[in-house]
Design a protein. Structure first.
Lengths: 195, 355
């Protein structure tokens, strides 16, 4: 067997092995949730991430209301949220949805834990204490993004000035340490030598 | 050649020089003074060193961030918010970490392009090219895991894509399966990858990269070739110039962190897909929009297969780009394709692909 054939055989074996182990993956099932609680959480997350796309939020709310697994959700509040959405009152709709799954209404972008912790039924203490595992997000209710805050105060300008000095020092040192004979000159010299 | 060969009697040497000699007797650091051709001190040939400099910044700021980061899903996002709002210099150093990651990616790509254009991967340096390609993959891995660490919607969706790809490749994706360790969140495992596995491998490969560099020498200038007339300088002088460039890069990172600091995204929720990935992965997500999740898998596979194949396909001894028209045209085509796919993603709305 030539070297090329050996390489091809090894490559074919590796590809075959990859395909063989990949085969079970094609049986992967659609894991879209139909639980009302999950759908309400998704509706809130859509309000937080893409507030302009109200149609997507309405779809999720409708799905939650039509869900056959409504456990843990106050559907009256979800219905009220749907009405608030129809009236374009996104703020009220979001608060109603949050309360419908036992969360506190959102306060600000730093109130992650109080909002994230749902009250839950009293008998559900064990579930409330369970930590997220696997690919669970551990989030009960999406919380607003914390926007970056640029502070252009005196301290910032002082640090920027120090950084400018640092950059200047870097440039000065790079010039000081540059090769004594530039590559272009060496190339030109070589070209002359050749001619 | 300007390497320092010290023939001075010990009593005439400065105190610092004698101290260095004492250290050298024990650690052999003067081995770093091996000669390198002068063209290596140019900016283009210092890009690899600058990439390493950004890694140093990332490790230093990463150690700081790790003191406050809590890698469990319930607390991760909140711990980042606490770091940004309550810890002295927390927002600044987190932003430096972010910008250093961007810089590392850009510098690694520029270094890779420089090596490609100057034919520095050619015999006998094929193995070092492969080490470099592996390091590039690790850089992408570090950026991906770092994106997930924030545990916001963007990071969570990035993770979701990776888990789906893990499922697509079946048994080969076992590490990305949440079933590998049922009671441990995959966030915790990715955190271990981000702070230990990936940096460890990067540093190991960096050492190998450096050793092979010394073994084969810095590749000759493609126009000059290995002419005896080119002056040489000690490798330490090369490091010295890299350090000077690195000062400029570090200052730029600091300025970017101050002028464009990073916020924290919303806490993540399963089952929605509303964010775009970091821009380095945009080309892959255009493919995903066209052919589904398999596009990410195949796109990554093809790109790295091409990178691995480069030194074995382009085997002519010519290093000057003008004498390698086929390699240059193919390389340019790949680059244009990647840029075009990236631009397409910039103008597209994210579509739902996850289960």
């Amino acid at each position: 067997m030539t070297r090329a054939k050996r390489l091809l055989t090894i490559a074919a074996f590796v590809v075959g092995l990859a395909v063989a182990v990949a085969a079970p993956a094609t049986a992967h099932e659609d894991e879209k949730s139909t639980e009302a609680g999950v759908l309400v959480r998704q509706a809130i997350a859509l309000m937080v991430n893409t507030p302009r796309d109200t149609m997507a939020v309405e779809d999720k709310v409708d799905d939650a209301l039509a869900s056959e697994k409504p456990a843990g959700v106050n559907l009256d509040l979800v219905t009220a949220a749907k009405e608030a959405l129809a009236a374009a009152d996104l703020h009220r709709a979001r608060a109603l949805l949050e309360v419908s799954i036992g969360a506190s209404p959102h306060v600000n972008d730093m109130a992650v834990l109080p909002v994230g912790r749902t009250a839950g039924p009293p008998s559900d203490t064990a579930a409330a204490l369970r930590l997220a595992t696997g690919e669970e997000s551990g989030t009960n209710v999406a919380v607003d993004a914390l926007a970056a805050r640029r502070h252009l105060d005196a301290g910032t300008w002082a640090v920027l000035a120090a950084l400018a000095v640092m950059a200047g020092a870097g440039v000065a040192l790079a010039i000081r340490f540059r090769p004594p004979v530039p590559v272009r000159a060496l190339r030109a010299g070589t070209a002359e030598g050749r001619t | 050649m300007a390497t320092t060969v010290d023939h001075e009697p010990p009593e005439h040497r400065s105190r610092a020089r004698r101290a260095l000699d004492v250290v050298d007797d024990r650690l052999g650091i003067k081995a770093l003074e091996y000669p390198v051709p002068e063209h290596a001190n140019g900016l283009g040939w210092s890009l690899g060193g600058l990439t390493a400099a950004t890694l140093v910044v990332l490790i230093a700021t990463g150690i700081f961030l790790a003191q406050w980061y809590n890698p469990v899903p319930e607390e991760a996002n909140a711990s980042v918010r606490y770091l940004v709002t309550h810890v002295w210099a927390g927002e600044f150093l987190r932003s430096v970490h972010f910008w250093a990651a961007q810089a590392m990616y850009v510098l690694a790509v520029l270094h890779l392009l420089r090596v490609f254009v100057t034919g520095s991967y050619k015999a006998p340096r094929e193995a070092n090219w492969l080490v470099g390609v592996a390091m590039f993959a690790l850089v992408l891995g570090a950026i991906f895991t770092g994106t997930v660490m924030k545990w916001d919607q963007e990071g969570f969706e990035a993770l979701g894509h990776n888990l789906e790809i893990g499922r697509l490749v079946g048994g080969l994706g076992f590490w990305f399966s949440p079933r590998l360790a049922r009671d441990v969140s995959i966030l915790t495992r990715l955190y271990v990858a981000h702070i230990a596995i990936i940096p460890g491998l990067l540093l190991g490969l960096f050492a190998l990269h450096g050793m092979l560099l010394k073994r084969h020498g810095i590749s000759p200038d493609p126009v000059l070739g290995a002419v005896a007339s080119e002056p040489t300088e000690p490798f330490t002088h090369h490091l010295r110039r890299i350090a000077a460039f690195a000062l400029v890069v570090a200052a730029a990172l600091g300025a970017l962190a101050l002028l464009w600091p990073r916020g924290v995204g919303p806490t993540p929720v399963e089952g929605i897909e509303v964010t775009k990935p970091p821009w380095m992965f945009w080309w892959l997500f255009t493919l995903e929009n066209w052919v589904g999740l398999k596009g990410i898998l195949w796109g990554t596979g093809v790109l790295f297969a091409v990178l691995v194949a480069v030194p074995f396909v382009d085997r002519s001894p010519d290093r000057w780009w003008r004498r390698r028209p086929v390699a240059m045209v193919l390389g340019a085509l790949v680059l244009v394709l990647l840029v075009a796919l990236t631009v397409l993603m910039a103008v597209t709305t994210p579509a739902q692909h996850l289960g």
